[in-house]
Design a protein around this ligand. Structure first.
Ligand code: DX5
Ligand code: ZN
Length: 218
């Protein structure tokens, strides 16, 4: 199934509750929550208490994207705060296999993210343990950046790897996704699209933006 995961990094945080209600009532299936530590990425965003508050106002799947070093230290805390999907970066841990197991032990869906420069072959051996692969289509850390075109080459390589392994993980694309490239990404094998600035551009347009994405994702 194709799903839209609006990234609240681009929302107006003084209106977090109402903007989440807007994406929820317009039909977005996930809420994408970008957690940044100022080490793994050059920015600092939000953390566990915010996830907990969001859990209280929506039943949509909370898609928590950890852009933090040593993510295994915090998996339990994010799971307890209400995360449904926990995605960690392959580059952020020395023990990716163990970290995936910790996510599953916490009863969450396990995602593994790859920075643009990281080859998909780096997850070849853990692919059967992964529920979702997130390909970063910008360098992580900020919303509103330009989509990196070689993401399509990575999607092709990832599809080949998935076929060879005989598995069927979700494929999420994150960064620079908009109404112009969404269809091509789905046609290339992605099924979950993250969109931050393309959804939260203007408080009055959030629901229309979500509906426009969902229409072309059907
Ligand atoms: C970037 C984040 C993204 C970001 C996407 O590090 O992981 O989720 O919010 O924002 P847009 O859609 O504006 O590129
Ligand atoms: Zn993200």
């Amino acid at each position: 199934m194709n799903c839209l995961s609006p990234s609240i990094l681009s929302c107006d945080f003084t209106r977090l509750g109402s903007e989440i209600s807007a994406i929820d009532s317009a039909g977005a299936q996930y809420v994408h929550i970008d957690v940044m530590d100022g080490h793994f990425v050059p920015n600092i965003s939000l953390g566990i208490p915010v996830v907990k508050s969001i859990r209280n106002i929506t039943d949509r799947l909370l898609d928590v994207h950890l852009m933090i070093d040593d993510p295994e230290k915090y998996i339990d805390a994010f799971a307890k705060a209400g995360a449904d999907i926990i995605t960690i970066h392959a580059e952020a841990t020395n023990h990716l296999d163990r970290a995936i197991e910790i996510i599953h032990e916490a009863k969450c869906v396990a995602g593994v993210a790859l920075n643009p420069a990281t080859p998909v072959s780096s997850i070849k051996y853990v692919l059967p343990k992964i529920d979702m692969v997130l390909l970063m289509s910008v360098n992580p850390g900020f919303g509103g950046q330009k989509f990196i075109p070689y993401t399509f080459d990575k999607l092709r390589d990832l599809n080949a790897l998935i076929e060879e392994a005989g598995v069927d993980p979700d494929i999420e694309i994150d960064g620079g996704v908009n109404l112009n490239n969404a269809k091509a990404l789905l046609d290339s094998g992605a099924n979950i699209l993250v969109a931050g600035s393309a959804v939260f551009s203007d408080d009055d347009e959030i629901e229309d933006n979500v509906r426009a994405f969902l229409e072309l994702m059907e």
